[in-house]
Design a protein around this ligand. Structure first.
Ligand code: ADP
Ligand code: MG
Length: 655
C-alpha cells in the first residue's frame, strides 16, 4: 500500500469557551486517506462533517490532534503554504456553490489559476476546455445568477479542477440540487474518481454515499464506522503519489505568483465592483474630486497671477527705483530732490540712467477738440527706463533736450482721442497748455494701467521744454526714476543712493526711495497667502476624501467577506487579498483624481472667461493626481489588511 496522503490523528475541534458555552464538535477523529481513494463521509446534520472537511482542506485548524499531509505536519505550515495546498492540492465543491457573484463562469473557473501564476492564454484555454467538458461551453460569459443550480455546481467543479484538483473536497455537492442535476454531478465525481482524483464526498444521504468505495460514518464528532480496512484501494500507476505532492509543496509554496496577471485581475474586478455600485462610489469620491480640483485650480490661479505679476514687472522694469522728496506734513516741511541731486545720483557707479520727471494733467487741444491728458517732462531715457518704445516716428533727442524743443511723443489713446484711431498725426501740432508742440512719435500701446490712470493717455515732452514752457523753470522734478545697472543689485543701488542723498541733505531723510519690484512682490506675497488658504481647503478635502475611500472600502470588505473566503479557499494568499483591495482603493481614488482634474480644467476654463489669469502646469496636475493615489493607498490600507487577515472559514460562512 502507498504512503497515505492524509493522516488525521485524534483531531479535536471545539468552539466557544470564553463568552459562550464550549461545544466539542470533533472528538478525536483519526483516519488516513490514500491516493486514488473515493471516500464518502456520512452522518446526520450537525455531526461535524463540514467542520472535519474544513480542517481536511486546510481552511481551518483543529483545536488539538495532528494532521499530516503527504507526511508533513500541517500545524507547522505557514499561511502561504496552506494557501498553496488549497490552490494546488485541493479543489473545493460546496453545497452553496460559492461562486463570486460579480464574475462570469469563465472568470470564476480561472481564479485559482490566477493565484497560481498561470499565464493568461493558458488559463483561458484551460478554463474553456473544462467548461466545455462539463457541458457549459455556451455559458462561459454568464454570471452565477444567470445560471441554474446544477450549472453553478458544475462551474464550481470546473474551478476545483482548474489547478489539477488532486483532492476534491465536496461538501454536500448535491444538497441544493434537484435529483436530475444531482445525478449529473455525482456522475461527474464518479468519472473524476476513475481518473485518479482523490474524492472526499460529504453527504447525509446514504444513497449518494453508496457511490464511494469507502464510507466513513461520523456521529457526534466521532468516527463510528469506516469501511477502509475491508477494501483497500487498488493502486493504478498513474495515481498521484504522496511523495510527489510533498515535493511540490516543498518547492511550490515559495513560488511567487504572477503579479501581472493578479494585478490585471484585481483591476478588472475592482472596476466591475465600482461600476456595479457606481452611484455610491460617485458620492464617496466627491471628497477626493473636490480636493484634487481645488489643488489644481489653486495652483493654476497662483501660477496665473504669478505670471501676470512677472509680466507687469517686465513691463515696468524691475531695476527701476523711484526717488522723490517727502510730502510736507504739519510738523515738517516737504523735502525736495533737486536737479543737482539728479546729477549727483547719475554719477554713482551702480546707476545706469537717471531721469527727472515732472508732470501734470493738462488740457490739450487740436482744432476744436480739447481733452485733458497727463503731460510729463522726461529726458531721453524715457523709452529705456519705462521699457516703452516708440512705434511710429521717433523719440526726441539729446539736442531737443538741450534746446528745450517743443516736441511731443504721444501715447496710443492720445492719438486715438485727439486725431482719430489709426490716423497719422506725425508732424501735426497739439496745443498743450496753449503752447504748440509738434508730434514727432507715437508710443507703443502699454495696456497696463496703474490706479485710475491709463498709461496710454500720456504725452512725453523733453524735461527742459516742460520745465520752461509748461511748468515754470523754477520747479524741481516731481520724482526721479533711476535705472540700476544690475537688476540683481537693485537693493545695493538703493542703499548707495540713500547714503548719497543723506549726505547731500545734511543727514535729513526728507526723501522716499521705492521700487516697483518691491511693490509687486508685496502684492505677490498677499496672493501667496491666499494660495496657502486654498491649499488648506484642498488638504482638508483630500483628508475627507480619504476617509470616504476608507469608509467605502470597509463597506466593501464587509459586503464581500464571503467573496474573500471563496478567494482564500481557491488559494489566494493573504498578500493577494491585500493587493486586491489596495488596488481597488487606489483605482477608486485614481478615478476621483481624474474626475477632479477634469473638473479643475472646466473651472479653469470658466475662470478664464471671467478674465482671471489661470495657468495650468503639468507638474501641478500630476502632483495632485499623485496626492489622490497616495490618499487611496494610505486610507485603503487598513480595510485591505482587515480583509487579508480574515479567517477563511469565518469569511466563507459569513452572511
Ligand atoms: P454538519 O456539516 O455535519 O452538519 P457542522 O460541522 O457544520 O455539521 O457543525 C457541527 C456542529 O458544530 C454543529 O452543532 C454546529 O452548531 C457547530 N458549529 C459549527 N461551526 C460553529 C462555530 N463557528 N461556532 C460554534 N459552533 C459551531
Ligand atoms: Mg455541513
Amino acid at each position: 500500500m502507498s504512503a497515505p496522503l492524509i493522516e488525521l490523528c485524534n483531531i479535536r475541534k471545539s468552539y466557544g469557551g470564553v463568552d459562550s458555552p464550549k461545544v466539542e464538535v470533533l472528538r478525536g477523529i483519526s483516519l488516513s486517506i490514500h491516493p486514488g481513494e473515493f471516500v464518502a463521509i456520512v452522518g446526520a446534520s450537525g455531526s461535524g462533517k463540514s467542520t472535519l472537511m474544513n480542517i481536511l482542506g486546510c481552511l481551518d485548524r483543529p483545536t488539538s490532534g495532528s494532521y499530516r499531509f503527504a507526511g508533513r505536519d500541517v500545524a507547522e505550515l505557514g499561511s502561504d503554504e496552506l494557501a498553496w495546498l488549497r490552490r494546488e492540492a485541493f479543489g473545493f465543491v460546496f453545497q452553496g456553490y460559492h461562486l463570486i457573484p460579480s464574475g462570469s463562469a469563465q472568470e470564476n473557473v480561472e481564479m485559482p489559476a490566477i493565484y497560481a501564476g498561470i499565464p493568461p492564454a493558458e488559463r483561458h484555454a484551460r478554463a474553456r476546455a473544462l467548461l466545455d467538458r462539463l457541458g457549459l461551453a455556451s455559458r462561459t460569459g454568464n454570471r452565477p445568477h444567470q445560471l441554474s443550480g446544477g450549472q453553478q455546481q458544475r462551474v464550481s467543479i470546473a474551478r476545483a479542477l482548474m489547478n489539477g484538483g488532486h483532492i476534491i473536497l465536496a461538501d454536500e455537492p448535491t444538497g441544493a440540487l434537484d435529483s436530475h442535476s444531482g445525478a449529473e454531478v455525482m456522475a461527474l465525481l464518479d468519472e473524476l474518481a476513475s481518473q485518479g482524483h482523490v474524492i472526499i464526498l460529504i453527504t447525509h444521504d446514504r444513497e449518494v454515499a453508496a457511490r464511494a468505495q469507502r464510507i466513513i460514518e461520523v456521529r457526534d464528532g466521532e468516527v463510528v464506522s469506516d469501511t477502509a480496512s475491508e477494501q483497500a484501494p487498488a493502486e493504478p500507476a498513474e495515481h498521484l503519489q504522496a511523495d510527489d505532492l510533498r515535493q511540490r509543496l516543498d518547492r511550490g509554496a515559495t513560488l511567487k505568483g504572477a503579479w501581472k496577471g493578479e494585478l490585471l485581475e484585481s483591476l478588472q474586478a475592482a472596476w466591475r465592483v465600482m461600476w456595479i455600485n457606481r452611484f455610491r462610489t460617485a458620492l464617496t469620491l466627491l471628497g477626493i474630486v473636490i480636493g484634487v480640483a481645488s489643488v489644481v485650480v489653486m495652483l493654476a490661479v497662483g501660477e496665473g497671477s504669478k505670471r501676470q505679476v512677472m509680466a507687469q514687472m517686465a513691463a515696468f522694469g524691475s531695476n527701476i527705483l523711484y526717488l522723490n522728496g517727502k510730502h510736507a506734513t504739519e510738523r515738517e516741511p516737504g523735502g525736495i530732490v533737486s536737479l543737482d541731486d539728479v546729477a549727483a545720483v547719475a554719477e554713482l557707479p551702480l546707476v545706469k540712467h537717471v531721469m527727472p520727471v515732472i508732470g501734470e494733467q493738462l488740457m490739450v487741444r487740436h482744432g476744436n477738440n480739447s481733452q485733458s491728458f497727463y503731460v510729463g517732462g522726461n529726458n531721453t531715457w524715457f523709452p529705456e527706463i519705462f521699457n516703452w518704445p516708440v512705434v511710429e516716428g521717433s523719440f526726441y533727442t539729446e539736442a531737443d533736450e538741450a534746446n528745450g524743443a517743443a516736441v511731443a511723443v504721444i501715447g496710443q489713446k492720445v492719438r486715438d482721442k485727439m486725431f482719430g484711431a489709426g490716423s497719422n498725426p506725425l508732424g501735426q501740432y497739439l496745443l498743450i497748455g496753449n503752447v504748440p508742440f509738434q508730434v514727432i512719435g507715437i508710443l507703443a500701446a502699454k495696456g497696463a494701467s496703474s490706479g485710475d490712470q491709463d498709461s496710454d493717455e500720456r504725452i512725453a515732452v523733453p524735461y527742459s521744454a516742460a520745465a520752461i514752457r509748461l511748468f515754470g523753470s523754477a520747479r524741481d522734478p516731481e520724482y526721479i526714476a533711476v535705472a540700476a545697472l544690475d537688476s540683481s543689485r537693485v537693493h545695493e543701488t538703493e542703499k548707495a543712493i540713500e547714503r548719497l542723498l543723506l549726505q547731500r541733505h545734511q543727514g535729513k531723510h526728507d526723501f522716499d526711495l521705492t521700487n516697483d519690484a518691491a511693490l509687486i512682490q508685496a502684492e505677490a506675497r498677499t496672493q501667496n497667502s491666499l494660495s496657502l488658504m486654498l491649499g488648506a481647503i484642498a488638504a482638508i478635502s483630500l483628508l475627507v476624501g480619504g476617509i470616504g475611500v476608507m469608509n467605502i472600502m470597509l463597506m466593501t470588505v464587509r459586503e464581500r467577506t464571503r467573496e474573500i473566503g471563496i478567494r482564500m479557499a481557491t488559494g489566494a494568499r493573504q498578500r493577494d487579498i491585500l493587493r486586491q483591495f489596495l488596488t481597488e482603493a487606489v483605482l477608486l481614488s485614481m478615478v476621483g483624481g481624474v474626475t477632479g482634474i477634469a473638473l479643475a480644467l472646466a473651472i479653469g476654463g470658466s475662470l478664464k472667461l471671467a478674465d482671471i489669469a489661470v495657468a495650468f502646469a503639468l507638474p501641478a496636475i500630476l502632483g495632485a493626481f499623485a496626492c489622490a493615489v497616495v490618499t487611496g493607498v494610505v486610507f485603503g490600507f487598513m480595510p485591505a489588511r482587515k480583509a487579508a487577515r480574515l479567517d477563511p472559514v469565518k469569511a466563507l460562512t459569513s452572511e
